[in-house]
Each structure stands twice: as C-alpha cells, then as structure tokens.
Design a protein around this ligand. Structure first.
Ligand code: 4NP
Length: 158
C-alpha cells in the first residue's frame, strides 16, 4: 500500500500546495512515486477550486516546481485516508485536531516545524499571504528542508 501524506495550511493556496509540489518532486527524484501519494488541503474553504496564489506559483517556478493543485478544504475522512497529516502552524494544528474522529488519530498529525531542522528559531511556517516576495522565498526554503526530512523518515519505514 502507498504511504499517503497530506499537507495542510489555512487557504491551501500558498504553503501547503508548495509543500505538496516540493515533496512530490523529491519523491519522484528518489524513485518512490509508486510508493508515496501526496495531497494538500486547507482549514478555510474560501479558496476552494483555485490554483495556488500567483506569487507562490511564480516563486516556486523559479526553483523548477510547477504547482497545479486546486484548493480544497480538509475533512474528517482525511484522517482515515492519510497516514501522515503535516500542518504549517499552531492554528492549523488546532483546527485539524478538532476533526480527528478519535483521539488515537492525532498520532497522524505533525507540525512541519518538527522537520525544519535548519530553522531552529521557527516553531511554525509563517503565512506569506500578506508578505512580500521574501516571505514566499522563506516558506520555500523551510519547506525544502522539512520535506527532505519527512521523506527521510518515511523512506526508512517503507
Ligand atoms: P496559506 O495562505 O494558508 O498558506 O494558503 C493563505 C491564503 C489565504 C488566506 C490566508 C492565508 N486568506 O486569508 O484568504
């Protein structure tokens, strides 16, 4: 069975689709595409159906990532359908944890900051929505670091 990883942020148009694109790129480069499935979702449904924010798509494209995900809200079933749910900040964590069908499902829930080892001063991935381009670059730097470490962890468990 495939390992299934879900990335979650607020709008599902900046941080989590970027994490999905970066993670998928690493999965393909490691030859694990038939073993790992990746998706992303948001705790806020207001951008449902939209492509990622143009600023994030542009910043990601500069590094070779094409982001084509369409925003969707997270739902309770995601706790059944995914092995690992990785949120970007404490607010995401609180909202997602409230959707868990039972307490034991919280074992699937992680913060991206647990994996961003090169950024010890950050306990969350900052929302770039109201920031300039540097905010988007910071998010991409953090996600490249975190996704590499998540994949290292999963690969040892495959
Ligand atoms: P994201 O960024 O959670 O990284 O997708 C945001 C996207 C939209 C909004 C806030 C943050 N918003 O307020 O609409």
């Amino acid at each position: 069975m495939k390992q299934r990883v879900l990335f979650v942020c607020l709008g599902n148009i900046c941080r989590s689709p970027a994490a999905q694109g970066i993670f998928e790129d690493k999965v393909i480069k490691r030859g694990l595409a038939d073993r790992i499935y990746t998706d992303s979702a948001g705790t806020y449904a207001g951008h449902r159906g939209e492509l990622p924010d143009p600023r994030m798509r542009r910043a990601a494209a500069e590094r070779g990532y094409e982001l084509t995900h369409r925003s969707r809200p997270i739902c309770e079933d995601d706790f059944y359908n995914f092995d690992m749910i990785v949120v970007m900040d404490d607010s995401n964590y609180e909202r997602v944890s409230r959707l868990a069908p039972e307490r034991k499902y919280l074992d699937k829930l992680y913060r991206m900051a647990e994996f961003t080892t090169d950024f010890p001063d950050y306990s969350y991935v900052p929302d770039p929505y109201y920031e300039g381009v540097e905010g988007f670059y910071l998010v991409l730097n953090m996600l490249e670091n975190g996704c590499e470490n998540i994949l290292d962890k999963i690969e040892t468990e495959l």
